[in-house]
Design a protein around this ligand. Structure first.
Ligand SMILES: *[C@@H]1O[C@H](CO)[C@@H](O)[C@H](O)[C@H]1NC(C)=O
Ligand SMILES: *[C@@H]1O[C@H](CO)[C@@H](O)[C@H](O)[C@H]1NC(C)=O
Ligand SMILES: *[C@@H]1O[C@H](CO)[C@@H](O)[C@H](O)[C@H]1NC(C)=O
Ligand SMILES: *[C@@H]1O[C@H](CO)[C@@H](O)[C@H](O)[C@H]1NC(C)=O
Ligand SMILES: *[C@@H]1O[C@H](CO)[C@@H](O)[C@H](O)[C@H]1NC(C)=O
Ligand SMILES: *[C@@H]1O[C@H](CO)[C@@H](O)[C@H](O)[C@H]1NC(C)=O
Ligand SMILES: *[C@@H]1O[C@H](CO)[C@@H](O)[C@H](O)[C@H]1NC(C)=O
Ligand SMILES: *[C@@H]1O[C@H](CO)[C@@H](O)[C@H](O)[C@H]1NC(C)=O
Ligand SMILES: *[C@@H]1O[C@H](CO)[C@@H](O)[C@H](O)[C@H]1NC(C)=O
Ligand SMILES: *[C@@H]1O[C@H](CO)[C@@H](O)[C@H](O)[C@H]1NC(C)=O
Ligand SMILES: *[C@@H]1O[C@H](CO)[C@@H](O)[C@H](O)[C@H]1NC(C)=O
Ligand SMILES: *[C@@H]1O[C@H](CO)[C@@H](O)[C@H](O)[C@H]1NC(C)=O
Length: 849
């Protein structure tokens, strides 16, 4: 301040005396500006430190140097000019953990040419004072938390060449006049912000523009024909916005392009047939996730520098050009989720041609249902560099060629949701880099080869809903990286090998449900110390549920329903603190419901229906605040029904089929419990009858009263039963005909049998016409109890969720071809897992193209 006052008075002095030389004036002015630079830097620091809590992040920036003006030139990150030796020309402080705000004082560093504050934690707005930096050439504020709009004053930085502001939280429009006010702009990088509005037409005037990257914003509208003046453009990234319309013809005049990324918008139209002559240098072409139609132009094979070609998730049709193999540099080819075709040798020839691409790493042709016929054996001739091969959700058939083992680099292999059949080749064990193997929803059959144990890098194996059979190989226990194993809905039999459980790394889930596994559940199950979900439903497992199950302390879901478990429910369950779903229904469990269950604080769904459980309902169940569904139906429970918590909510509570229950909330219409005690009293008094002959009259009266009460009690029970009679099923669910199910299951053929249980059978049902596959559970009505089970399940399953049998779709209650009553439940068929996530990545990853 003092210095500036000094300057002003010096100037006054000059005007008054008229004797001072011009040289002196400028010296004084320069000295004042230098002092301003230091003050501005200190103001910058004061605001930038914020409340970072990291101590002094810029210790070299201190006032002690101010004795010699310009000492700040030695401060960390500060560069002073060569000609203007005491003026700050560059401020570079990337990755300095700076927080707080960017001080408007930055606008006082009037000689600043480079400002790099990238990868810090600056928040707040970009100060409009930045517009005073007339010499600024490079502005890098990327990877901060800057919010608010781009300051309009930015357009005053007329010297600006490089503007990189990506990965912030900027919103609002890109200033429309940017292209006219900042004619020297070469680099505009704004991706990963929250910008809206249109791409300014004025960009057409930026004749030096090399990079324009605005991906991952919310820009709208069409691309303006802004490229006329910008023929030198090398990188255009418009990915993941809301842009629409056709790509402007002028775009195809940008022969200098090295990357063209427009994926994740709503662009439509055809890819020009002559695209192959337009971009001689282009390595990256990404048109994915749009609405492009027409066929893939054969001329693409002339873009010989292409490394990444992504046409996925469009509406492209026709054959894939069989000349694509000329793209020698190709690393990634994404054609998935289109309407592409291949139904004969010619159609599949592109696979053969791709064997020329010796750098191919990613080949994704999944999600094209018109890729039909045998998988060409030339697939095994693809480059050994191939890491990801996705063939799922296509119509391909045939078996997995044994020569697949040539693809030694494979990390992900998926043939899910196809008509693939035949056995898994023994040679698969040679794919030692394989991390993820997906075989679900196929017709792959036979045994799992023991060589599977050689896949030491396997992380996930999904082989659910196929035709696999025989014993589960013990060699699976050798896979020490496996975190997910799904073998459900096959025909595996025999006992569960203990080796499966000795895998502490198995942490996501183990699903062996709906097979024909028998024998006891080995106590080694307790070794699954990191598993989150365990599904063993729908087998013929017997014996007691081992106490060691309590060692699986991070279990969230435990499904042991539809087996033949007997004995008591282990107390140790209460050691599993995070358990949210416990389904032990449809077994032969006896004894009481352990109190311990009521101390599992996170329990949300508890299903113990259809067992032989006796005794009373533990009162602590009513204290479980997280419990949203409780099914204790069809047991021999007796005594008082609690009244609080879950027991207050009839919609999520099922206790029917227990004859000895009383009390509860009035809506349950159970007999009040004191009446039951009167009943007990009666017994006792009857015993004492011989001693009390003298009070015969009084006793007769009592018996009369008791009979009266019992009569009422029965009536009450009747009422309660009526209350629980579910409404006619037809009212609740759309109906499906017996014929449709018979057709879809090939007349309930053995081939489609997924599993058997005490209730009846589960079949895979394929509605050919709309390509839907469902699971049908047919009830064996001769078996006592299965009719009531049908009704109860229909009722209960509406909200129950399971990994494979997600939702009940509908029920079928009809008459079969022999005139017998026929009842079935139809479930949604839902293969799951992270492989799926991989195939359909959520948007948000800018590099995933
Ligand atoms: C920046 O410059 C203006 C005008 O010269 C002055 O008023 C202000 O105090 C300066 N700020 C700092 C922090 O130096
Ligand atoms: C200021 O910074 C210089 C250079 O890092 C250092 O030698 C000096 O001790 C600092 N002074 C104070 C008061 O922090
Ligand atoms: C901006 O900063 C980021 C992060 O430090 C860096 O990767 C990038 O190269 C910088 N850009 C320019 C143009 O300096
Ligand atoms: C922003 O620009 C306008 C016009 O150039 C100017 O009047 C105003 O002072 C600037 N604001 C700041 C904070 O520099
Ligand atoms: C982006 O803007 C939208 C709409 O204004 C808002 O809902 C969303 O939260 C914003 N996102 C971020 C990361 O700021
Ligand atoms: C490009 O600049 C010229 C001359 O300044 C101007 O007339 C024209 O409108 C500008 N074009 C666009 C699209 O802004
Ligand atoms: C593309 O370039 C050609 C030749 O330079 C020119 O004749 C044509 O008008 C341009 N097309 C567009 C749409 O800019
Ligand atoms: C590829 O380029 C060659 C040579 O320029 C040309 O003869 C051929 O027609 C082009 N192929 C396609 C399919 O456009
Ligand atoms: C593959 O390469 C061979 C030898 O370089 C060549 O003869 C053949 O035409 C190529 N195939 C394709 C489809 O480009
Ligand atoms: C695989 O490549 C070899 C050697 O180039 C060739 O002999 C064989 O016919 C090819 N197989 C298929 C199925 O294309
Ligand atoms: C599945 O395999 C069975 C024989 O194992 C066969 O009858 C059936 O047609 C196959 N289904 C499909 C869709 O390939
Ligand atoms: C699996 O590994 C064993 C032992 O290392 C080896 O003998 C066998 O050949 C391998 N099998 C396959 C199919 O790679």
């Amino acid at each position: 301040m003092a210095t500036r006052t000094g300057t002003v008075s010096s100037l006054l002095l000059l005007l008054l005396s008229g004797s001072m030389s011009v040289w002196t004036i400028s010296t004084l002015a320069v000295a004042a500006a230098e002092a301003d630079d230091e003050a501005a830097l200190l103001a910058f620091k004061a605001a930038a430190i914020g409340s970072s809590g990291h101590g002094d992040l810029l210790p070299s920036w201190n006032g002690s140097s101010s004795t010699s003006a310009g000492g700040f030139c030695g401060w960390e990150g500060v560069t002073c000019g060569a000609r203007h030796r005491r003026r700050v020309v560059a401020l570079r402080l990337p990755s300095h953990r700076l927080a707080g705000v960017l001080s408007p004082a930055i606008g006082n560093l009037s000689f600043l040419r480079v400002l790099d504050l990238s990868s810090n934690s600056f928040a707040g707005e970009i100060p409009s004072a930045i517009g005073r930096l007339r010499r600024l050439r490079s502005l890098n504020l990327s990877s901060n938390a800057f919010a608010g709009e781009l300051p309009a004053n930015l357009t005053s930085c007329a010297a600006l060449e490089v503007m990189t502001l990506q990965t912030n939280q900027l919103r609002g429009h890109i200033p429309p006049e940017l292209g006219n006010k900042l004619p020297r702009l070469e680099v505009i990088v704004l991706w990963q912000n929250n910008l809206t509005g249109a791409i300014p037409a004025s960009l057409a005037n930026l004749s030096s523009l090399r990079i324009f990257a605005v991906g991952f914003n919310q820009l709208q509208g069409t691309i303006p024909p802004f490229f006329e003046g910008t023929l030198g453009l090398q990188h255009l990234d418009l990915a993941y916005n809301r842009l629409s319309g056709e790509l402007p013809q002028s775009l195809y005049n940008m022969s200098s392009l090295k990357s063209l990324q427009v994926q994740g918008n709503m662009f439509r139209g055809r890819i020009p047939a002559d695209i192959g002559s337009k971009f001689p240098n282009l390595p990256i072409l990404s048109f994915g996730v749009n609405q492009f139609t027409g066929s893939i132009p054969a001329s693409l094979s002339n873009l010989t520098n292409l490394q990444v070609l992504d046409l996925s998730r469009n509406r492209l049709s026709g054959y894939v050009p069989r000349t694509l193999g000329r793209l020698q540099a190709l690393r990634t080819l994404r054609l998935h989720n289109n309407r592409l075709e291949a139904n004969n040798r010619e159609g599949w020839e592109f696979i053969t041609s791709l064997s020329n691409c010796s750098n191919l790493k990613v080949l994704e042709i999944n999600g094209n249902t018109d890729f039909t016929g045998q998988l060409p054996s030339s697939i095994a001739n693809l480059s050994t560099t191939l890491q990801i091969l996705l063939l799922g959700k296509t119509g391909i058939s045939g078996s997995i060629p044994s020569a697949i083992s040539n693809l030694i680099g494979l990390q992900v292999l998926a043939v899910t949701d196809t008509f693939m059949s035949g056995v898994i080749p023994e040679s698969i064990g040679k794919l030692e880099n394989l991390g993820s193997l997906g075989l679900y929803n196929t017709n792959v059959s036979g045994l799992i080869p023991t060589s599977i144990g050689n896949l030491s890098n396997l992380i996930e194996l999904y082989a659910n809903n196929a035709n696999l059979e025989g014993a589960i190989p013990t060699s699976l226990g050798k896979l020490k990286n496996l975190i997910t194993l799904n073998l459900s809905l096959n025909r595996f039999n025999g006992s569960i090998p203990t080796e499966i459980f000795k895998q502490p790394q198995l942490s996501r889930y183990l699903d062996l449900s709906y097979n024909s596994l028998s024998g006891p559940l080995p106590s080694e199950v307790g070794s699954l110390q990191n598993v989150n979900q365990l599904f063993l439903s729908g087998n013929q497992l017997s014996g007691e549920i081992p106490h060691s199950i309590g060692e699986c302390t991070v279990l969230q879901e435990l499904w042991l329903d539809n087996n033949s478990f007997e004995g008591r429910i282990p107390q140790s369950l209460n050691k599993i603190k995070g358990l949210s779903t416990l389904n032990l229904s449809m077994n032969r469990l006896s004894g009481s419901v352990p109190d311990a269950i009521g101390s599992i604080q996170n329990l949300q769904q508890l299903n113990l229906a259809h067992n032989n459980l006796s005794g009373t309902i533990p009162t602590n169940l009513q204290k479980l605040t997280s419990l949203t569904e409780l099914d204790l139906s069809f047991n021999n429970l007796e005594g008082e029904v609690p009244k609080e918590g879950i027991f207050r909510n009839l919609a999520n509570l099922s206790i029917i089929g227990n004859n000895g229950l009383c009390g509860g909330i009035p809506q349950l219409h159970l007999a009040p419990c004191h009446m039951t005690s009167v009943k007990n009293n009666r017994k006792r008094r009857l015993v004492s009858l011989p001693i009390a002959l003298t009070v015969m009259g009084a006793l007769l009266f009592l018996v009369f009263v008791v009979i009266l009460i019992l009569f009422n009690y029965k009536k009450l029970k009747q009422k309660q039963k009526n209350q629980f009679q579910p409404p006619m099923l037809e009212e609740q669910y759309g109906r499906i005909s017996y014929d449709a199910l018979a057709n879809g299951t090939n007349g309930f053929s053995e081939d489609n049998l997924l599993g058997k249980g005490s209730f009846g059978e589960v079949y895979k049902c394929d509605f050919q016409d709309n390509r839907t596959i469902v699971a049908v559970k047919v009830f064996n009505l001769k078996q006592s109890g299965s009719a009531r089970s049908f009704v109860a399940e229909c009722e209960a399953l509406r909200s129950v969720r399971h990994r494979c049998l997600i939702n009940i779709i509908t029920c079928c209650s009809s008459i079969d071809h022999q005139g017998q009553e026929f009842k079935a439940l139809i479930y949604e068929f839902m293969p799951n897992g992270s492989l799926n996530d991989w195939i359909h990545p959520k948007s948000g990853m800018p590099t995933k193209t």
